[in-house]
Write a protein that binds this ligand. Structure first.
Ligand code: CDP
Length: 789
């Protein structure tokens, strides 16, 4: 769909409607957790471990409790009385809420101080004295998995190693045979380091237990409010928190990116404190707590082997991965896919033989594996195949664009069954790459590069042609902790023809209030301006699994269309009643039913809505509303081709992104302006890990990158001008042909940038560089090759 079908008044799909939520955001009227102040509210602050692994010998709270305003200190033994000192993670692992005798990573929660004011709580934290006995620290996932390594998770009684899980897809023996028979095999060790989502708003909550009603309301920064309510009911049912007495409210959220899916100990302790004390308790992380203790992303060590014939035809792919999950596997992956959707690693290429495996290791680091703006490990998969593709082009002395064109799955092969089990719904990969090449002037750039190389200047051109897999997911395969991954929409049309629509997802800035309203407008012809969208309140919204992994459009977006179509069916009956004709004699155009052959006889959707409450036919239920729980038949497979041009300073090793063209395809678009914004944001969150961001640990488990002084998120100064464009290949199974888009750019940008840098250095014999590609890394290479200035 290229042109909108509705007019600007209705503002259905395809209109770049201004975001309905923005007036409140840009005027500072958004309501985030820290904006809530409840009567009698108390504050919580957390004592954290300075050690990565230590025995807790003693916690002395006496000085803290003497501070006026400090009301309580909650520690592990306190929670243990209620059996609340451990909790399940969303990946079916277990995690301490507060420790009894041992801490397992630096910045782990040790105990919590409750006080009448935020700063008094912080003073209380300073006054708590904890005696630790440091213990040996394991930070290397390879050593952790080696035979004879000391066991980290001693709480798991039968655990004899540090393997969090092993997962594999494909036929290993067949792939080994195909690799052995290949004319050329490239093999690269590709590491995607630990990074952090570093969203603008840190995590926090207000737990408010109403002793009169026995009801708990938790205002919290969660991307998945319904799942949290259910998990809370399951783990705290024995202390009286049953599901109807729990309300989770997720208000405006300042960025989630997967980091606000896990349940952090702070939430649970605040809830316990509110239930025990009977007053609201607020907990908000500071920036350093957020960076140091919340879930991390990536940390994937991948050995990638790609085989091909002499002419460049790819034959086989094998990837062996060691994943560092830290102390516990606290990511939220679908149960059947502990390594997420990593098996999309064959990417955009028609590979007949492939195998991938992941060994996940426990280490003394905070929990890792969060899907940072990524559909469960797709970023890692795309990086592996796109880097290997460039390495193959280099080895074959072929142009990387030509190699890609040769191996792309062709448009007539869709729906395409990949060797690792996915059914790609639709695609036109060559179309997207060609458009990107034409836009950037690829051939001219290659000529310029050749000229520059003669003069000793370092310029590189990098391509990434990624395929995403989003919209988890079909319930036959996808669940989290057993809860199937459908999502929902509920629409009510009021008598005057205005509507309210509620969803099981939860926007964190993506613009759902606008785009969901546009879907309803498209389907019913009610102007988007008159469709009020609400998400995030479990007392009112229909059940759903939340917003992450670009799933909102493929699931709740689809549910919105389906619910609206149910309403349209009923409106048709109402129109037939009002016009005294058979409903089959009516035809629909957005906002109106008219009699076939007599278009002057018509009824608007507003007239039908009014009749639903004032003049509905006998035997018909009054009202005009519908709910739909959408179980997608398949995932959606958005894709794109990105081309990046870099110049490298031979004096400093600094990489400057000169141009970046991103051609994306997310099927039919609801709001082009919002999609463009999603791509811009995603690209910026792609240049961050490509060039700047990394969290690492020394041998004692001390974090580096634990504050914004040494964790370099890109600012406007580092961010180049993004040039965006699109192709449109609708999804054949989605109700309005859309695919998700929120994460495409974060997936596609890092390999494009890494490929550009390697391309600039390939005549020096460089075949691979791990991200982040810092000036220091580049300069060391330039120095060793004798070309540094
Ligand atoms: O789940 P999440 O909202 O993060 O991802 P998404 O479904 O990819 O949507 C991100 C934003 O882009 C939402 O506001 C969508 O409605 C919008 N979008 C769109 O306008 N057209 C598409 N084909 C896909 C997404």
């Amino acid at each position: 769909m290229s042109e909108p079908r509705t007019d600007a008044k209705i503002c259905g799909m395809g209109h770049s409607m201004k975001r309905k939520e923005d007036p409140r955001f840009i005027r500072g009227q958004g309501k985030y957790i820290d904006d809530f102040v409840l009567p009698g509210m108390l504050y919580m602050d957390i004592v954290r471990s300075p050690h990565a692994h230590a025995k807790i010998k003693k916690i002395d709270t006496s000085k803290a409790l003497k501070i006026p305003g400090v009301l309580a200190v909650i520690d592990g033994p306190t929670l243990a009385k209620y059996n609340l000192h451990w909790m399940p993670t969303l990946s079916s692992d277990t995690q301490m809420v507060l420790p009894i005798d041992e801490v397992m990573y630096q910045a782990q929660e040790v105990c919590a101080v409750i006080a009448t004011e935020r700063y008094i709580a912080a003073d209380g934290v300073d006054a708590v004295e904890v005696e630790y006995e440091p213990l040996p620290v394991m930070v290397d996932p390879f050593k952790s998995l080696a035979p004879g390594a000391p066991i980290l998770r001693k709480d798991k009684k039968d655990k004899k190693d540090n393997l969090a899980f092993h997962w594999e897809a494909g036929d290993k023996a067949d792939t080994d045979r195909a690799l052995a028979a290949s004319d050329v095999v490239v093999s690269e060790n590709v590491y995607l380091p630990r990074i952090h989502v570093a969203s603008m708003e840190t995590c926090g909550c207000i737990a408010d237990f109403d002793t009169a009603q026995g009801k708990l309301t938790v205002y919290m920064t969660t991307q998945a409010p319904h799942a949290v309510r259910t998990v809370l009911a399951l783990v705290a049912g024995h202390v009286g928190l049953s599901e109807e007495k729990i309300r989770i409210v997720s208000p405006d959220i300042g960025g989630g990116f997967g980091g606000k899916v896990p349940v952090y100990p702070g939430y649970v302790v605040a809830i316990a404190a509110s239930v025990v004390i009977g007053k609201p308790v607020k907990w908000i992380e500071d920036r350093m707590e957020n960076l140091q203790a919340d879930s991390f992303a990536r940390d994937y060590h991948m050995k990638v082997e790609l085989g091909a014939k002499k002419d460049g035809t790819m034959t086989s792919l094998k990837i062996k991965t060691v994943a560092d999950h830290g102390y516990t596997n606290a990511s939220a992956n679908p149960s059947k896919f502990p390594a997420g959707l990593f098996s999309i690693c064959t990417g955009s290429y028609d590979l007949k033989h492939a195998f991938c495996e992941v060994d996940a290791a426990y280490t003394h680091k905070p929990p890792g594996g969060v899907a940072y703006r990524c559909s469960f490990r797709v970023t890692e998969a795309a990086h592996a195949i796109e880097r290997a593709t460039d390495a193959l082009a280099q080895k074959l002395n072929m142009d990387p664009a030509e190699l890609r064109m040769k191996n792309f799955i062709k448009p007539d092969q869709f729906p395409y069954k990949s060797v690792l089990g996915w059914e790609y719904d639709s695609g036109n990969y060559a179309g997207a790459l060609k458009k990107a090449m034409d836009t950037i002037g690829y051939d001219a750039l290659r000529r310029e590069q050749a000229e520059k190389r003669k003069k000793g200047e370092l310029m590189g051109i990098g391509i990434c042609s990624f395929t995403e897999i989003v919209g988890a997911g079909p319930s036959k395969q996808f669940d989290i902790l057993g809860i199937k991954m459908f999502d929902s929409a509920e629409i009510r049309v009021h008598p005057t023809g205005k509507a309210i629509a509620r969803f099981g997802t939860k926007s964190q800035g993506q613009g759902h209030e606008t785009t969901y309203a546009q879907i309803v407008a498209e389907e019913l012809g009610i102007p988007a301006a008159h469709v009020q969208v609400e998400e995030g309140d479990t007392d009112t919204a229909p059940y759903g699994l939340g917003t992450y992994a670009s799933r909102s459009t493929p699931t709740s977006g689809a549910a919105a269309a389906m619910a609206a179509r149910k309403i349209r069916d009923k409106a048709r009956k109402l129109a037939a009643h009002l016009l005294e004709v058979n409903e089959n004699d009516l035809e629909w155009e957005p906002g109106k039913f008219s009699v076939k052959g007599a278009p002057q006889k018509s009824k608007t959707i507003q007239e039908c809505a009014f009749a639903a409450y004032t003049n509905h036919p006998q035997g018909m239920e009054a009202g005009l509303e519908a709910v739909h729980y959408y179980d997608p038949p398949n995932l959606t497979f958005p894709f794109g081709s990105y081309i990046c041009v870099v110049d490298i300073d031979r004096g400093t090793g600094d990489v400057k992104v000169r141009r970046f063209v991103a051609v994306d395809d997310c099927g039919n678009i609801i709001n082009p302006m919002i999609v463009d914004g999603q791509i811009h944001g995603g690209l910026t969150q792609g240049i961050g890990p490509a060039l700047y961001e990394e969290i690492s640990y020394d041998d004692e488990g001390n974090i580096s990158g634990g504050s914004f002084l040494d964790y370099y998120v890109p600012t406007s100064l580092e961010t180049p001008k993004w040039e965006t464009d699109k192709t449109t290949t609708p999804s054949p199974h989605h109700p309005f042909g859309a695919k998700g888009v929120g994460e495409s750019a974060t997936v596609g940008a890092p390999p494009a940038i890494a490929n550009a840098v390697v391309d600039a250095l390939r005549h020096l014999g460089v075949t691979h560089l791990d991200i982040p590609i810092t000036p220091e890394k580049v300069w060391i290479i330039l120095k060793s090759k004798g070309v540094a200035e």
